[in-house]
Ligand binder design. Structure first.
Ligand code: PGA
Length: 239
């Protein structure tokens, strides 16, 4: 695993944005795997600035997002489709038809998982996947479990994730209890991965990565098996 240590959140955001922009420069029609949550917000703000300065264009880019709550409408301001529009898609020249987020309104979530997995394969996999990490070690909504599912699927959220995400909702009981998420295998179809981590509360999660044991009860440890992962983190995560 490559490691880029940054002095603070702003530097982490800019370093990650530069990695994404370099990927687009190298392959303008690349497939970007995108993530939501607090961690990548600054990176998206930097990418919007870079677009406005003429440093990067998303015209030919296709995106696939990691996950989405289920059920949830795209107009709900807590949906990940809404997040992506608000933080990136509405401010850059990406063709919205080429942006993909699992459909939180699908009648049959199992079929939606299958459709999404086929879409990722049909795109030829992901060139660069952006990831965050949950305090419980989840990546996407692959929650700690005795078994991990390879393909995109519908999953129950753990109490730990529901309470961590309750800060975005009026109350914990408004957090959807399920989500659609890329599986570990879908994520591993990415040629390159950047894992963004900021803040002391993620320190234990990062330490678990460095122990280099692979444990399905801490899904992020699977990243030790991927050949091209770059951890872009703030220094306090490593203290
Ligand atoms: P966060 O979420 O960026 O909001 O901390 C990351 C995650 O849970 O994967």
């Amino acid at each position: 695993m490559n490691i880029v240590v940054c002095k603070n959140y702003d530097e982490m955001s800019l370093r990650a944005a530069k990695i994404v922009a370099a990927q687009i420069k190298e392959k303008p029609n690349c497939v970007l795997g995108l993530a939501t949550g607090s961690t990548p917000e600054g990176m998206y703000a930097d990418l919007v600035k870079m677009y406005k300065n003429g440093e990067v264009s998303f015209k030919e880019v296709t995106s696939v997002n990691l996950d989405e709550y289920y059920p949830i409408a795209p107009t709900n301001d807590q949906s990940y489709r809404y997040f992506m529009n608000q933080h990136l898609f509405d401010h850059v020249d990406i063709d919205k038809a080429n942006t993909n987020v699992p459909d939180g309104t699908a009648g049959d979530p199992v079929a939606e998982g299958k459709r999404y997995e086929e879409l990722i394969s049909a795109l030829g996999g992901i060139d660069l996947q952006v990831l965050g990490i949950g305090r419980n070690g989840h990546i996407g909504f692959n929650e700690p479990d005795s078994k991990l599912i390879l393909d995109t699927h519908v999953t129950d959220l753990t109490e730990s994730t529901i309470s961590a995400n309750a800060r975005f909702f009026a109350s914990a009981n408004q957090v959807p209890r399920q989500a659609l998420t890329m599986g570990i295998g879908s994520i591993f179809k990415a040629k390159k991965i950047i894992l963004m981590v900021s803040g002391v509360e993620k320190k234990a999660a990062v330490s678990a990565l460095f122990e280099r044991n692979v444990d399905t009860n801490f899904p992020a440890t699977m990243l030790n098996l991927h050949p091209d992962v770059t951890l872009v983190c703030t220094a306090d995560v490593l203290d």
